[in-house]
Every structure is written in structure tokens, then in C-alpha cells.
Design a protein around this ligand. Structure first.
Ligand SMILES: Cc1ncc(COP(=O)(O)O)c(C=O)c1O
Length: 496
């Protein structure tokens, strides 16, 4: 962790050696910046909702007050120039050519809607033929898949999903799966109009070799590439020139310390004319201008970008340094957990960022998406740990394999104790599952039939651990589990 240092230190920012004007942030100051976080909770899930330090919340409130003091003056003399200032800072950070290429929007969900609406119109207006292909990863974020359904499939686009392996051992496995799907897309001379590729998949979480995939798209004649990089900025290197995509979005509220919610959407100047789905006075003046006024609302999350850079500059190496240390720490914690549970990581360290997937003991018997929600709720309510869980169905012929993975995050506020709490919670659940098995307890199945533990020990463990979680969920006033389990009702995934 950073130690407090005096004025006059130097640090590196974008490769240039700069004179440090402010002291490095101390451990105590970091604690103070996040003192609004609940003290009882081990929060190892920065990935889902991000975090915002106290000094940035204060800066945001100052912007809100400036607006409320004299809204007319703020609107005419401050708002546009201040949003432009934020866009210019992001442009320089991500090495885009023009400020016009950077729009600020609410979140990655909005950015995806903007992009996919555009492609939907191409189908609707007959510019693309019905059945032309849009490629996306099978692990694309659930909301983005819905957006694809709403805008593209409905308009006649043929969506092909790239099946990726998990656990994954190398970039080559991803590249080869991508090539295979692309070839399928091009079968019969079909046109691939767009590839939507995650930079960091959400669940399971893996850093995708985006540069290589964009290059393949170019070589194979894919017309445009949109990168959904909701987690990327502050978590991995984001360089528009190196990546070479046409369209790219990253949230600023996940790993870049902005308050909820703001994202940037990069759109290469030569690529396409996008429009914000919320139409206001600036319609037709370019997406960046359209997005800077979508009616009367709170724009303060977009205005704190300069304050965020001041905050990150208090850390050794700025945002790059934060990223590097988070990565090292999350790998170390992932390995520690996998060792303690005798499991494995979901990918090699170089394929993860500030988040990593860690296998959970197979005896927990996670056997559905619903089980992951139950376990997540159980860990929150009974062990005070916030962590998302992933269900990985066994493949044909696989027996006794790991079916549950936790996605752990590391951000500057995390302490090693957070991960120890999680380790010990899982160890306790394992002991309970094993005790249930040894007792050979009788279980009544959902269909009313009974079975004895003398049969398939693994299957019994699955049911017992399932019972363990559901016992706990029925303790809570409004039981989510039983309701979700109602036949015919579709389980909606958590936002991860
Ligand atoms: C890959 C990906 N895309 C899109 C989103 C949506 O982000 P938001 O809810 O901030 O719009 C997420 C959220 O985690 C994500 O992981």
C-alpha cells in the first residue's frame, strides 16, 4: 500500500516524468475517502457497481449546488464548456484523435442502445439485408443481449454468438473460437455487418485479446467493431489507436471513481452517424453534442472528471499505478483462495485485470444459476461478504467438476481481511456440506420422492448444500428464493 510522502516527489504520468505537487495519499486517507462504505461488509465486488471516494462526492455536490444557485447562468455559461473539458480529458487519456469522437452518456447500457439502435435502423431502412450477420460473444452482458434482441434481431439481423471456453487457459483458445464463429457467420457469402466484443467479459470475467480480435475482423471484412468495455477504464489499458475499434464504450463509474453514472462512448470520426435515443434540441448536431443536452437533468457525474484525475494522481503512478497494484493484489488473493479451497483460477493471471474468477469447492453443489443467487444472498446475509457467483454447467461426461466460481475484485479500499472473511465463510459451508453427507441425512426431493445419502454422495451434497442456502433464505422476511423458483418464472440475473 502507498505510504505518505512529502511534496517534491516525482511520478510518471503517461510516460512523462512530472514533478509531484501533492503528497501521495496515505493509508489513513484512503480509509477516510471510503469511510461511507458499510464497515460490516467485506466488499470484494467493485466490479458490479464501482465506488466513489468522499472527495469526488464532495466535488459532485459542489457542481449540483452551482447549478441550483443559478440554473440559467449555469446552463448558458458553464455546462457545455465543463462537459467539453471532461470529454477533452477522456480523449487524451484514451488517445482518441478528436474530442468529437468522445461522447459522455449515462452508462454502458445506454452506449450499447445508441450503437445497436443505429444498426437496427440499417436493417429497418433496407440498407442491410435481412439475415445479414451481427456477431457477439456468448458471454456478452445480459442487458446488451436484450438490446441486441430489441434493436437488431427484431429488425431482421441474424445474431451469431461466439461460444468461449471457461475455464480458459490462453488467448489462443479465444482467438480460435472467435475465428470459428466468424467463419460460420460468413457461410453462404453472408455479410458480417458488426462484431460486438467485450473487452472484459462480465461473467465469467476474462480479459479478451481485443486487439487481436479487431485485427481478425478487419482481415475478414467485418464492417464495424463495437467494443463493450464497461469495466475497462481504470482496470486495463484503454488506447483507441492500439485497439483500432470503430466504437468503444467504458463506464467511468466502475473503476474510474466517478459517481453513478457516466460512461464515455468513442465513435471513430469516419465510422457512423450515431444518435442519442433520448432526442432533444441538439438532434443532428453530432452524438457528443446531442448527449451533452438530453433535457433537464443532473449532469454532475460528467463534470467531476477533472477531480477524479486529481484523486488518482495522489496515488503512485496515477490511474496506471492503481490498476497495476489492483491486478497484482487480486491475483494474489485469488491464488490464496484457490489454495485454501483446493480449487483453481478461471484463467491465467495475464487474462485477468482487477477481477479474477476463483473456483469454489465442488462439494457446495452449485447446480444452477439460482444456486448462485442463493449462495450470494447467503454470503451477504450470514457472512457479510459481497461477491458475485457464476454457475458453470458441467460438460458432457464431466463428474465432480467445479461448477461454481466467485468473481473477486480488488480496489484501493480493499484489505486482505476482506478475502479472509470470504475464505473462512466458504470453509464453514464446506464443513456443513460434508457433515450433512456423513450423517447420511434423508432428503425429500422437489417431486416428493425421498432419497438416502447412501446413494450418489455427490448428488446428496448438491441437495444438502442447496438445502443449507434455502434454509437461510427462508429466514429472511421476503424470501427471494422460493418465489424465484416458481415453475415457469424466469430467473433474471443480478447486475454483475
Ligand atoms: C460487459 C458489460 N457491459 C455492460 C454493462 C452495463 O453497465 P451499466 O449497468 O453501468 O450500464 C456491464 C455491467 O457490469 C458489463 O459488465
Amino acid at each position: 500500500m502507498d505510504s505518505h510522502q512529502e511534496n517534491g516527489d516525482t511520478h510518471h504520468d503517461n510516460g512523462a516524468k512530472k514533478q509531484r505537487l501533492t503528497p501521495l495519499i496515505s493509508d489513513d486517507e484512503i480509509c477516510d475517502e471510503f469511510s461511507h462504505h458499510s464497515k460490516q461488509i467485506s466488499r470484494i465486488n467493485n466490479g458490479s457497481f464501482g465506488c466513489c471516494p468522499k472527495s469526488i462526492i464532495k466535488a459532485q455536490q459542489e457542481w449540483q449546488l452551482r447549478f441550483l444557485e443559478q440554473p440559467d447562468d449555469f446552463y448558458f455559461n458553464t455546462l457545455k464548456t465543463s462537459i467539453l473539458n471532461s470529454r477533452t480529458l477522456i480523449q487524451s487519456l484514451v488517445k482518441a484523435d478528436h474530442t468529437d469522437e468522445i461522447s459522455l452518456v449515462d452508462n454502458a447500457t445506454t452506449a450499447a442502445a445508441i450503437v445497436l439502435q443505429h444498426f437496427g435502423w440499417k436493417f429497418n431502412e433496407g440498407i442491410y439485408g435481412k439475415g445479414d450477420v451481427i456477431l457477439m460473444l456468448h458471454y456478452a452482458y445480459g442487458a446488451v443481449k436484450k438490446s441486441m434482441e430489441a434493436y437488431v434481431s427484431r429488425a431482421g439481423g441474424h445474431v451469431i454468438e461466439v461460444e468461449l471456453p471457461f475455464p480458459v487457459n490462453s488467448n489462443d483458445e479465444i482467438v480460435s473460437a472467435f475465428r470459428k464463429a466468424l467463419m460460420r457467420g460468413k457461410e453462404g457469402g453472408r455479410r458480417v455487418r458488426l462484431a460486438v466484443i467485450d473487452h472484459i467479459t462480465s461473467m465469467p470475467c476474462v480479459l479478451i485479446p481485443i486487439k487481436e480480435l479487431v485485427k481478425i475482423c478487419r482481415e475478414e471484412g467485418v464492417e464495424q467493431v463495437f467494443v463493450d468495455a464497461a469495466h475497462a477504464i481504470g482496470c486495463t489499458s484503454v488506447d483507441m489507436k492500439e485497439i483500432g475499434a470503430d466504437l468503444y464504450t467504458s463506464n467511468l463509474h466502475k473503476w474510474f471513481f466517478c459517481p453513478p453514472s457516466v460512461a464515455f462512448l468513442y465513435s471513430k470520426k469516419s465510422s457512423c452517424e450515431l444518435h442519442h435515443p433520448v432526442v432533444s434540441h441538439e438532434y443532428g448536431n453530432g452524438l457528443a453534442t446531442e448527449s451533452a443536452w438530453i433535457g433537464n437533468r443532473d449532469y454532475s457525474p460528467q463534470l467531476v472528471v477533472p477531480s477524479v484525475l486529481q484523486f488518482t494522481d495522489r496515488f503512485e503512478g496515477g490511474i496506471e499505478g492503481i490498476m497495476k497494484r489492483n491486478h497484482e493484489a487480486v491475483v494474489e488473493m485469488g491464488k490464496m483462495l484457490a489454495d485454501a479451497w483446493d480449487t483453481h483460477l478461471g484463467c491465467p493471471p495475464e487474462m485477468c485485470t482487477s477481477m479474477i474468477m476463483v473456483g469454489l469447492p465442488a462439494c457446495l453443489g452449485i447446480s444452477s444459476d439460482s444456486d448462485t443467487l442463493k449462495l450470494r444472498k447467503h454470503l451477504r446475509e450470514n457472512f457479510k461478504v459481497e461477491v458475485p457467483i457464476y454457475f458453470r454447467p458441467p460438460k458432457d461426461g464431466e463428474v465432480g467438476c467445479i461448477t461454481g466460481y466467485a468473481r473477486i475484485s480488488h480496489q484501493v479500499y480493499n484489505r486482505i481481511e476482506d478475502y479472509h472473511v470470504f475464505r473462512d465463510a466458504i470453509n464453514k459451508l464446506v464443513v456443513m456440506a460434508v457433515t450433512h453427507q456423513l450423517r447420511g441425512e434423508f432428503h425429500t426431493g422437489e417431486d416428493g420422492s425421498g432419497s438416502h445419502a447412501g446413494g450418489d454422495a455427490h448428488a446428496i451434497a448438491l441437495r444438502m448444500s442447496s438445502d443449507m442456502f434455502s434454509t437461510c433464505s427462508t429466514k429472511s422476511a421476503t424470501g427471494g428464493w422460493d418465489k424465484i423458483r416458481t415453475p415457469g418464472r424466469r430467473l433474471e440475473p443480478d447486475p454483475v
